[in-house]
Design a protein around this ligand. Structure first.
Ligand code: ATP
Ligand code: MG
Length: 264
């Protein structure tokens, strides 16, 4: 794979993992089979603690970019540096370690349907340390208390015992957020986290999500088709079009006139 390594990547790598840039992407390219290129050279840096909304029309490549950030989809070219770790250079084990520092929330919550809300949240702890070590370092009761505290933070402690497949969409997405918190992540990536929720529930979950990220100082990147969410909850909007970044602005700039070309 032709992996480059330009100045921004080198700069990110020169710093310690506590580098101020949690995400550095340079020259990222991705094509599936002989389809058209989906990502055609993406350059993007996200500072620690920053909240970024990723927007773009259907098929613009938002989900592909999010997946490439964790190498869940392998880029054809370019570099992703997360927490100062160049993903193209690490083995599977180190890659897993980096992924475990990131909570990923999808449009559909991906809960285990037959398990309780609490058990689903407990799953968030699994990637936190090597298998078994977690249980040696923390008692089951301590883990349970922590999972309950995570459910409390999303306002659902009273539903801890309820099976996931009996929860509403909004409740399920809150449980998915609690599970991500249980991971003790340093970063949250959320791909259309509220797309399946009604407007009021969507607002509530976005509000919860972004305020939790702020309280914890977590870096947060979310994709959305809801421009109001992007403008209200993010500090910065990045717009994808034709596989390239067509817009990258702070939300304080007043973006209305610039959004049209992203969706044209
Ligand atoms: N695994 C895959 N195999 C083949 N093509 C894919 C795959 N994943 C994505 N694509 C294609 O890549 C393009 C970008 O898809 P992607 O899901 O990243 O867009 P998106 O911006 O997230 O769209 P949406 O707003 O609808 O979620 C689409 O044309 C899609 O068909
Ligand atoms: Mg998508």
């Amino acid at each position: 794979m032709p992996h480059g390594g330009g100045a921004v990547v080198e700069d990110a790598l020169a710093k310690t993992p506590s580098s101020a840039k949690d995400i550095v992407v340079e020259g990222l390219e991705k094509q599936f089979g002989d389809g058209p290129p989906v990502l055609r050279g993406i350059d993007l840096s996200v500072r620690r603690g920053e909240t970024v909304a990723l927007i773009g029309a259907n098929g613009a490549g938002k989900s592909t970019l999010m997946r490439c950030l964790l190498h869940l989809v392998k880029p054809d070219a370019g570099e992703v540096v997360l927490f100062g770790v160049r993903l193209s250079r690490v083995r599977q084990r180190e890659l897993r370690r980096v992924r475990n520092r990131v909570g990923f929330v999808f449009q559909r919550h991906n809960l285990v349907p037959r398990l309780s809300a609490l058990a689903n949240v407990l799953h968030g702890a699994l990637g936190r340390s090597p298998f078994g070590a977690l249980h040696r370092s923390l008692s089951p009761a301590a883990l349970r208390d922590e999972a309950m505290a995570c459910l409390e933070r999303v306002g659902l402690a009273h539903l801890a015992r309820q099976r996931a497949d009996t929860l509403s969409c909004g409740q399920s997405q809150r449980v998915a957020i609690a599970r991500a918190l249980m991971q003790r992540p340093e970063m949250l990536l959320a791909d259309e986290p509220v797309a399946s929720l009604d407007p009021a529930a969507g607002e509530e979950v976005m509000d919860l999500f972004t305020s939790l990220a702020r309280q914890e100082g977590l870096t947060l990147v979310f994709t959305t088709h809801n421009m109001r969410h992007a403008l209200t909850y993010a500090q910065r909007i990045v717009g994808l079009r034709d596989g390239r970044i067509a817009l990258d602005r702070p939300t304080t700039d007043g973006l209305d006139c610039e959004l049209a070309p992203i969706f044209a």
